[in-house]
Write a protein that binds this ligand. Structure first.
Ligand code: GCB
Length: 596
């Protein structure tokens, strides 16, 4: 009897432990306490790192059982039944989005577990970091069964120090979750496909005990170069060398920072001559090196000045989307987009509606292309939620820390087409202030709102911006293109106004002499008529057709669209240039001849 009752008690206790997580609805809270945010980010560019790419094992975890029941702690030596067997998971190449890698996963939204093993030999005294360049939409990271932290935001990098938990052989487990949520940035409703996964590179980065955390090189004005460095360590000086500029400086470190301003007499970076200089920094044993272009960007009235000369932005918008790779991009795809934009006659690309891969700014620096970079503060966001604001601020900080040495980036955009409320104004103006405080050397913009009754750009946010974006679809969603003429006449501002979107849908290969909706002829006609108004208007300082390539969108389900937004000048395969591509090309040639 005694034996039976203690056995019964044992069984009940075990069951209690085993079952306890089934009733825990707050299981995420403990994970969310440990955030991997911008204060932990280390700069990747200018360093060598060990890529952790190649085959990883993946397993959908629709009910988040890994987080609920602690699968991450399993060693494979469990003596009671467990619900996962790592070695049977499907092998997939990382980085990639899972939607393109396995047909049953095409529309999957939820958690996906990623697991890899790697060996590491840690030299005495070195510090090791894991750097993730992009996990959609959020990530929970575990190394050797130990939880390292949580990151929110699909498009910006994050890192975590793993010096203390690193072993000779390591198991890295990442729970990537792409559930859309009203309290995320972006929110649950967007006009693009919600891809998921570890879709940008993962690196193992080893640095000496004292190292350079961030560095920021730019022109303060046409004749002054400014350098600011943030350090982690004990040395009292940091060396900065740029041979071509004849610079060799030893800067004193105070409070983990070093700064200097020196006269600049070199060549500025520009579209025609994308001149760059190699800068090397040495701090104790740590060394970083990067090629950096130097230029100024400013506004005078409604003009944009690049290197103190007015420039008209002949732009185009771009999404990261490819039928074979989703949001994954490699260097070739980025080069191809830049070539297609250059050939179109562009000098600027609007990277909509979220931070694109860092390759874009790196290669744009090299080729001479200006960029508008954007935060996914898109449509309806939970503007009154302080946690959402903290998330948006964190994403903005991570983006700026990543790209502020990239001269091609001239504008930080803090949002797109958001409803006009007091909460939205407070939210977005605080993002604009943050962008300015982290990087006073660039312009701040956003796509603003129109008063459709008075036909005028009218948005309280304008006061917080350097450049005003206008998305307009007169002649498409609103058939009356005549309204655009009036709107432009009413909207002459003392700041540059950029037409950050205008476009019409066309199914590649669908032709119609009457220019029916969704025909290539209709799209070409739309651009012809729009450009007559835009080119003649003193209000407009730049134009950005929406957009270079067709992209997937679950909101677009008519027979021409078939799950794609068809406003691309080129189709989604990137092979078929629609008629409108040549129309825009001709208009941009004309712009150029007229000195715009
Ligand atoms: C917009 C949005 C953009 C959409 C576009 C469209 O105003 O900013 O994200 O994709 O319109 O095609 O309707």
């Amino acid at each position: 009897m005694l034996v039976f009752s203690s056995l019964q008690c044992y069984t009940t206790c075990m069951q209690t432990i085993y079952l306890s997580h089934l009733h825990d609805q707050a299981f995420r809270a403990k994970f969310h306490q440990k955030q991997l945010a911008c204060d932990q980010l280390v700069t990747l560019t200018g360093r060598t790192s060990i890529p952790l790419e190649g085959p990883w094992r993946l397993c959908p975890d629709q009910y988040d059982t890994c987080l609920r029941a602690g699968w991450y702690a399993y060693t494979g030596k469990e003596t009671t039944p467990v619900d996962c067997d790592f070695e049977f998971w499907k092998e997939v190449i990382v980085p990639s989005v899972w939607n393109t890698e396995h047909e049953p996963w095409e529309y999957y939204e939820g958690s996906m577990l990623y697991r890899t093993e790697f060996a590491s030999s840690q030299k005495e005294g070195t510090r090791t970091f894991l750097v993730f360049e992009g996990v959609a939409n959020r990530a929970y990271v575990f190394l050797n069964g130990i939880y390292l932290g949580f990151h929110e935001g699909a498009s910006t990098p994050f890192s975590v120090e793993i010096t203390a938990s690193l072993q000779d052989r390591n198991t890295l487990l990442v729970c990537a979750n792409n559930t859309r949520s009203v309290s995320s940035v972006p929110s649950e409703n967007t006009d693009w496909f919600n891809y998921g996964g570890i879709y940008r590179q993962v690196h193992l980065m080893q640095v000496p005990p004292s190292f350079i955390r961030h560095w920021y090189v730019r022109l303060l004005d046409a004749h002054t170069l400014g350098i600011d460095i943030e350090l982690s360590g004990i040395h009292d000086s940091v060396q900065v060398v740029c041979k071509e500029l004849g610079l060799s400086l030893l800067l004193a470190v105070h409070d983990h920072t070093a700064s200097v301003q020196v006269p600049f007499t070199g060549q500025v970076w520009g579209i025609e001559n994308p001149k760059r200089y190699t800068f090397c920094l040495q701090y104790g044993q740590d060394r970083v090196e990067d090629t950096i272009g130097l230029r100024t960007i400013a506004c005078r009235g409604n003009q944009i000045l690049l290197n103190e000369k007015p420039i008209f932005l002949r732009g185009v918008c771009l999404h990261e989307d490819h039928p074979d790779f989703g949001r994954y991009v490699n260097e070739n795809l980025v080069r191809r987009s830049l070539e297609d934009a250059k050939l179109l006659g562009c000098n600027c690309i609007r990277l909509s509606h979220y931070p694109h891969h860092r390759y874009m700014a790196e290669i744009a620096d090299e080729l001479g292309m200006l960029l508008w970079e954007e935060l996914p503060v898109y449509w309806a966001i939970a503007f009154s939620d302080p946690a959402v604001l903290a998330d948006a601020k964190n994403q903005l900080s991570e983006l700026i820390l990543r790209d502020r040495n990239r001269c091609s980036v001239i504008i930080w955009s803090v949002g797109n087409e958001n409803p006009d409320t007091d909460e939205r104004l407070a939210f977005m103006s605080s993002l604009a202030s943050l962008a300015r405080s982290l990087d006073p050397s660039r312009l701040v913009g956003a796509a603003c709102l129109v008063n459709e009754h008075t036909l005028c750009i009218q948005d309280r946010l304008e006061a917080c911006l350097d450049v005003i974006g206008l998305n307009e679809y007169y002649g498409w969603y609103d058939p009356d293109m005549g309204k655009l003429k009036i709107l432009l006449e009413h909207s002459l501002k003392d700041k540059p106004v950029l037409i950050t979107e205008f476009g019409a849908g066309a199914k590649a290969g669908f032709h119609d002499a009457e220019a029916a909706l969704f025909s290539e002829e209709r799209q070409a006609l739309f651009y012809k008529q729009q450009f007559v108004l835009l080119l003649g208007s003193p209000t407009v300082s730049g134009t950005f057709p929406w957009l270079l390539y067709d992209f997937r969108s679950p909101r677009r389900m008519n027979k021409y669209q078939g799950g794609y937004n068809r406003k691309g000048l080129i189709d989604q395969s990137r092979r078929h240039k629609k008629l409108a591509y040549a129309t825009v090309q001709t208009e941009y040639r004309r712009f150029k001849e007229q000195g715009r």
